[in-house]
Ligand binder design. Structure first.
Ligand code: NAP
Length: 227
């Protein structure tokens, strides 16, 4: 089964948190980090988030910087990315901005085959809905579907549970991390990777491809190593 090139972009604190215990919008990085995020978006065909991130942040998922929009056009990509959310329960607020229009591209909700039919219908009024798997979305089938749809570069923007699901299945190629000079603490504050975790002898190793410092921030790009 083919799949897109999958790259993840996350900002974290020195203690590995991606937001606070109160799950506020993560605005602890600099303008440069936002420009980096924009560049990574400009180079993607689609952008994917977990439903938790949609519920707590409803983040704008477009390329904001005009220069980066030009960069995107120079790559031959349409103005808007395909926006994707993954959910099993389907508890999404269809009045959120995620479901608003982005050019002519409706968002894509990826969910399970046993989601309540009425709920599917409500979501279909605002989005394209595809269903793979029963209790959880079969993410490998989702990737094959996206590949067939022409999504060759897929950007994942969290959160921690979604990242874990993709990484544990070996579906991520590269990880971009911005480490901000901030501490948040809090045992309930989500980290870059949630889920069940790996035992030490099955840990996921990374190769550092790029590292640079800008002010007090550290920018890293890793390749995920497969065993
Ligand atoms: N600092 C950063 O760069 C950054 C980036 C993004 C997000 N965040 C933060 O991360 C927090 C959210 O993270 P989170 O870990 O709570 O949530 P999340 O990873 O965004 O979403 C988890 C949800 O995604 C759905 N999901 C994931 N894998 C699935 C699968 N295989 N099948 C079906 N559904 C699946 C489920 O939705 P349902 O419950 O609907 O079934 C699950 O509850 C937010 O507070 C946000 O601020 C930070």
């Amino acid at each position: 089964m083919g799949r897109p090139f999958v790259y993840m972009n996350m900002a974290m604190t020195v203690d590995g948190k991606i937001t606070s215990t109160h799950r506020e919008y993560a605005n602890f990085t600099s303008d440069l980090d936002r420009r980096t995020m924009d560049r990574l978006r400009a180079e993607a065909d689609a952008i994917l988030i977990g439903a938790g991130t949609l519920r707590s942040d409803d983040p704008p998922l477009h390329v904001r910087d005009p220069e980066m929009r030009r960069h995107r056009r120079s790559l031959g990509k349409p103005d808007h990315l395909l926006r994707i959310v993954v959910t099993a329960g389907g508890a999404l607020d269809t009045s959120s901005s995620f479901f608003g229009s982005a050019g002519t591209v409706p968002p894509l909700v990826v969910t399970v085959e046993n989601l309540d039919a009425n709920r599917v219908e409500q979501l279909q009024a605002r989005a394209e809905v595809v269903q793979f798997g029963t209790d959880f979305v079969d993410l490998e089938r989702m990737m094959a579907f996206l590949d067939d749809r022409g999504v060759k570069r897929l950007l994942v923007e969290g959160g921690g549970e979604m990242n874990w699901e993709l990484l544990r299945l070996g579906l991520v190629d590269e990880i971009y991390v911005t480490m901000a000079p901030v501490l948040l603490g809090g045992r309930e504050a989500p980290t870059l990777l949630e889920g069940a975790g790996w035992p030490m002898d099955r840990r996921c190793n990374l190769r550092l491809l790029e590292l640079h410092r800008e002010g007090d921030e550290i920018y890293c790009r890793y390749r995920v190593q497969r065993s």
